[in-house]
Design a protein around this ligand. Structure first.
Ligand SMILES: Cc1cc2nc3c(=O)[nH]c(=O)nc-3n(C[C@H](O)[C@H](O)[C@H](O)COP(=O)(O)OP(=O)(O)OC[C@H]3O[C@@H](n4cnc5c(N)ncnc54)[C@H](O)[C@@H]3O)c2cc1C
Length: 583
């Protein structure tokens, strides 16, 4: 079943990931010529953390974690007003939450999907024409193609959404600010920290991501009316922001100049999107296109990740690996699970974040009440007060439905025979099955839990076996008796893999220990150890991805890898201390 997604930032690739896992044929179209980097550091919190764990990308994101250690608030002359730990302001769970550059998250999502999903850059949807059986898409490039469904994940100003719902104006709630985000050289000597400067009505934030040589610069200004005209003129966006900082002190002129010349400028107004419905016919909305909460909440990306998980899960629940379901039912459940309840709650106002930028503007006539209270939302915390906030709903993982989690509903059994010579053929098949996590019930009979992804992989292998002059039969089966034995074998295989990882981690620690004994503290050795560590991380990610039933040993493997990470960091610190610059 062919599904087209518009937008390759956060929501789009996240929906693509899950749909591909469930066996759909997925294409993503992105207007930009390539994956867009840049953007402000974003938070991954609460339920979204569980989602990225299930995607197997948590450890990669943990490595990209910004780990901001201090936030300084400056007076107009640059004098220090307050120095705080970020979580004193942002709330949340300091040990668990992730804060990663938006571009890094987009890159990880792209990398994890690019092999199974077709990405088309430099194109966009120009027209949609649906009937009872599908939807014809005309692209800006002129190409016309038919899909079963389309997902609009092209952001706050989604033009795909506009094709079905009309112009954005009735749906947006302008909150009275505009902002520009960009990268600039780290000429301020900042490391692992954020600096916020402000004057009434305007503010500057600089974020040093770890020890990277560049900073994220962020300029924010109040403005009574949304600057629609500026969206059509990139230069006008820079002027609109820059002119508000005329005559300001501290390093503001330097930051404004960097904004003027940045080649990755992201300009937008601070706005929420509140749609009356998240689907229309064969089109569903995802991420900011459906429910942008505005960056003030620090939750847009988390919501996009969780929404993607729910949407794809509901489509998979409806259509399974084949077809024949009702997309409207899937879309309705997606919205019911992920959308705010109608109970009104307090106003989501600029006052909420006065700590970041002083003197909020007059309340915009568009500003409105945010109406959302789900159980999971109560786990999200206000940046300022630590109290619950909820710009839009985020369902608890326990409430989320996705076929991937109910996959013990059958088994795929591959019965095969390959020619005895050359022997490497048998070894090839064995290796491929092992890499998939399959277990043998007896000689040449291997099984895997029935999931669309496993089915695709086994179908492919079956074809390859036939291509080797062998025979292969792929069966879909459910156990009438003795299923526990199959499960036990499967779990034992996963536990063995976790154990092997723990062993390798011990080996890794021993190797690093030797560097200390031999007094080896060079960049070359550090790099070698980093490569070994990355292999362990990738290996664990893979094992977790095939650990469908939560086998014993997972926590030990996590702990062993965390230990390796810690030891590697300590070793790196020692190398930096011992190696002279330039080596
Ligand atoms: C380069 C960039 C920088 C950002 N920086 C910030 C920031 O500093 N602060 C902040 O709060 N939020 C920022 N965001 C938005 C933030 O990523 C989202 O709020 C959030 O992560 C939800 O993601 P999304 O995928 O729903 O939407 P978005 O991240 O907005 O992504 C939408 C994607 O759709 C693409 N697109 C747009 N129109 C079309 C079209 N017609 N056809 C095909 N593709 C289209 C865009 O190029 C983009 O890749 C940024 C987004 C981008 C793309």
């Amino acid at each position: 079943m062919k599904i087209l997604i518009s937008g390759a930032s956060i929501a789009g690739p996240a929906v693509a990931y899950w749909l591909e896992q469930y066996g759909f044929d997925v294409t993503v179209v992105e207007r930009a010529g390539q994956l867009r980097g840049g953007g402000y550091p974003i938070d991954i919190r609460a339920t979204a953390l569980e989602v990225v764990k299930r995607m197997g990308i948590h450890s990669q994101l943990r490595r990209a974690h910004i780990d901001t250690r201090a936030l300084s608030f400056l007076a107009p002359d640059g004098g220090l007003v307050a120095l705080l730990r970020p979580h004193a302001v942002a709330g949340g769970d300091e040990a668990e939450d992730l804060e990663v550059p938006r571009g890094d998250l987009a890159r990880v999502l792209y990398d994890v999907t690019k092999d199974g999903v077709e990405y088309r850059f430099n194109d966009s949807i120009a027209a949609l024409d649906e009937d009872a059986d599908g939807i014809d898409v005309r692209f800006a490039s002129g190409r016309v193609e038919r899909f079963a469904l389309v997902v609009a994940a092209d952001g706050v100003h989604s033009s795909t959404r506009a094709l079905k719902f009309g112009s954005e104006e009735p749906f947006h709630r302008y909150l009275g600010y505009c902002f520009a985000g960009f990268t600039m050289p780290n000429d301020f000597g900042l490391s692992h920290e954020g600096v916020v400067w402000n004057e009434p009505g305007r503010g500057v934030a600089l974020y040093a991501v770890q020890d990277r040589p560049e900073l994220f610069g962020f300029l924010c200004v109040t403005r009574d009316e949304p600057p629609f005209e500026a969206f059509r003129h990139p230069q006008a966006q820079r002027d609109l922001v820059a002119e508000r900082f005329d005559g300001d002190g501290w390093k503001v002129p330097q930051v404004v100049e960097a904004m003027r010349t940045a080649d990755d400028l992201f300009f937008d107004m601070v706005t929420q999107i509140r749609m009356p419905g998240w689907s229309s016919g064969r089109l569903a909305l995802a991420g900011d296109a459906a429910h942008a909460p505005s960056f003030l909440t620090g939750q847009g990306s988390s919501l996009a990740l969780v929404g993607a998980y729910v949407l794809a899960g509901e489509l998979a629940a409806e259509f399974g690996a084949g077809g024949g379901g009702d997309h409207r039912a899937a879309f309705e459940r997606y919205e019911a699970l992920a959308r705010p309840s109608p109970r009104p709650t307090r106003i989501w106002s600029a006052r909420e974040w006065r700590i970041w930028f002083r003197a909020p503007p007059r309340r915009s006539p568009h500003a409105t009440r945010c109406s959302s209270r789900s159980r999971a939302c109560r786990r999200m915390r206000s940046r300022r007060t630590g109290r619950s906030i909820c710009p839009t709903t985020l369902p608890d993982v326990s409430e989320i439905r996705a076929t991937g989690d109910r996959s013990a509903t059958g088994w795929l059994v591959l019965v095969y025979r390959v020619p005895s010579e050359p022997t490497r053929l048998r070894a090839t098949v064995w290796r491929r099955l092992k890499a998939l996590g399959a277990v043998y019930l007896q000689n040449s009979v291997a099984t895997l839990p029935r999931t669309p992804a496993n089915e695709r992989a086994l179908r492919k292998l079956q074809r390859e076996i036939v291509g080797m002059d062998g025979t292969g039969i792929l069966l879909e089966s459910s156990a009438l008796a003795g299923e526990q034995s199959v499960l036990d074998i499967f779990q034992a295989a996963r536990s063995d893999e976790y154990e092997e990882i723990v062993d390798r981690c011990e080996g890794f620690l021993a190797e690093v220990g030797k560097e200390y004994t031999k007094n080896h503290f060079t960049y070359a050795e550090l790099e070698e150890n980093e490569v070994d560590y990355t292999k362990l991380v990738n290996w664990l990610d893979k094992v977790k991805a095939r650990d469908q039933f939560g086998a014993p040993g997972r926590a030990e493997a996590d702990a062993a890898l965390a230990k390796c990470e810690q030891v590697l960091e300590e070793y790196a610190a020692r190398v930096y201390a011992e190696e002279p610059e330039g080596h």
